[in-house]
Design a protein around this ligand. Structure first.
Ligand code: GLC
Length: 473
């Protein structure tokens, strides 16, 4: 990308590190008005290696998050229901008996995810309740803990099948990457300090051997999952309850990469992850992290709950998605299947509709880079990987003009994505002797309308060059 400071236009190659420089420039201009606090929750220790492996992830743009567990039997908050004392731990665990997965069809799930346009999926293989969704052999037969009951959907009850491996198989058949959400916290394990709110079992700092017992179990499960499921992506959660040292985060990272050097790790491993994970809200300025992913619910809950019908519309989800991608991020959009494995129809519909929109506009989304910094165009935008094509997402629809400021390129052509409809543009306010670019206007007729969001494609005369000065006088 080329950035102009004052009247000076600086040409730069559009590399990832330049992207980051650019982000820093923009961040300075914005006086660090970042409203998110996730940046302190990542930064891998081997940034170069991590960045290299992150390429598929930064190109992927859309992932589907799946919160599925015994909490969908009664339709209560995942794990938090007992932690926050909305119900007893014993009653929460009774849901193990009601979890059937009887209509679970991992191939159909993978088909649906593929049809949305997503390139990866992340499923809860263990939430804070400690219930494993794969047939773990770890942690249930510690010699000195005979009272410990296996918290596992597979061995204990009516499921009698590994729920995760078949899904990973079906996703991989579709060419999709597989992510495992694994909660570091395990509020059910007898050697984990926290249990329910205000009633800790013990203090990890005061009783280190007991904490070590817990780590033995937790790290052995992580190792087991590395071998059994070989996740392409590890999505940790709950790191906030303990320090990096207590979690042995560096060791956990090394352990994972030793088994699968290409695995990537989200930013919730106490500073040892690869990318940032803001939740439920879009960053205002492009984050400076090497990569980032917004996780978001379709309704208000992560897992299935009967009253959770306040779904975001397809329109709103697509506008959120475009905004995220315009800032160089991914959207990890959550679905919450019911205990029997059926996905609520309203969630299916939204995934299918997002897929229809993606099928028409994929070139403006997948494999692109963050678009123009805030202020050049009043809407999201992306750039092709070589930064010679600019895509403008029209947040207010058609029937008016799209305006761009500070674009120092000649525009070779403008068309409506998915319709191959050429549009004319005009440049106004260009002063012949000044280096300040003119203002670009593109009138967008009603016929260009997409039901959800119209996108324009601008071919530029080279790599994008931007002017961010004060006007040249
Ligand atoms: C929070 C919640 C957890 C949920 C996760 C999804 O960390 O504790 O319940 O699974 O967000 O990002």
């Amino acid at each position: 990308m080329a950035v102009a400071e004052g009247d000076r236009v600086i040409d730069q190659r559009m590399t990832r590190s330049d992207d980051q420089k650019m982000n820093r420039v923009v961040a300075c201009l914005a006086f660090h008005f970042l409203t998110f606090s996730f940046s302190d929750r990542l930064i891998a220790q081997e940034p170069e290696a991590a960045r290299h492996e992150l390429q598929w992830f930064t190109d992927a743009k859309l992932g589907i998050f799946i919160h599925w567990g015994i909490y969908s039997v009664d339709g209560v908050d995942e794990s938090w229901a007992f932690y926050n004392k909305k119900m007893s731990h014993a009653d929460y665990m009774k849901q193990l008996d009601g979890f059937t997965a009887k209509h679970y069809d991992p191939v159909a799930w993978a088909d649906l995810i593929k049809s949305s346009g997503a390139r990866y999926a992340v499923i809860t293989i263990k939430h804070h309740d400690g219930v494993a969704m794969w047939p773990t052999g770890i942690g249930h037969s510690l010699p000195d803990k005979p009272q410990f009951v296996a918290l596992n959907t597979v061995y204990n009850h009516r499921v009698k099948q590994d729920l995760i491996k078949p899904l990973f198989g079906a996703l991989r058949e579709q060419g999709l990457k597989c992510g495992a959400y694994y909660s570091l916290i395990d509020w059910s394990y007898p050697d984990y300090p926290a249990h329910v709110k205000g009633e800790d079992r013990y203090d990890a700092k005061a009783d280190k051997p007991r904490w070590k017992d817990f780590l033995l179990y937790n790290n052995a499960q992580i190792d087991e999952v590395s071998r059994w499921l070989k996740p392409d992506l590890w999505w940790f959660d709950g790191d906030w309850e303990h320090s990096a040292e207590e979690w042995e985060a560096a060791k956990v990272r090394a352990m994972i990469l030793e088994k699968n050097p290409k695995a990537i790790i989200n930013g919730r491993l106490a500073g040892f992850g690869d990318y940032a994970t803001p939740e439920q809200n879009i960053p205002i300025e492009t984050p400076t992290a090497p990569a980032w992913e917004l996780c978001m619910t379709i309704g208000d809950q992560w897992g299935w709950q009967p009253q959770d019908t306040n779904y975001k519309s397809t329109h709103d989800l697509i506008h959120i998605f475009a905004d995220v991608v315009g800032h160089g991020g991914n959207l990890l959009l959550d679905i919450g299947p019911k205990e029997d494995g059926t996905i609520p129809p309203g969630q299916v519909k939204r995934l299918e509709e997002i897929g229809q929109w993606n099928a028409k506009h994929g070139e403006a989304i997948f494999g692109t880079r963050a678009g123009l910094p805030n202020g050049h165009f009043f809407g999201p935008s992306t750039l092709s990987a070589d930064s010679t094509t600019l895509y403008l997402f029209l947040p207010h629809g058609v029937g008016g003009s799209a305006e761009i400021k500070g674009l120092d390129n000649k525009i070779l052509s403008v068309e409506v994505v998915g319709l191959s409809m050429p549009l004319v543009h005009r440049v106004v306010g260009k002063i012949s002797w000044s280096k300040v670019p003119g203002l670009v206007f593109i009138d967008v007729p009603e016929e260009a309308a997409d039901p959800w969001m119209t996108v324009l494609k601008l071919k530029l005369d080279g790599k994008v060059r931007l002017y961010r000065g004060q006007g040249g006088f």
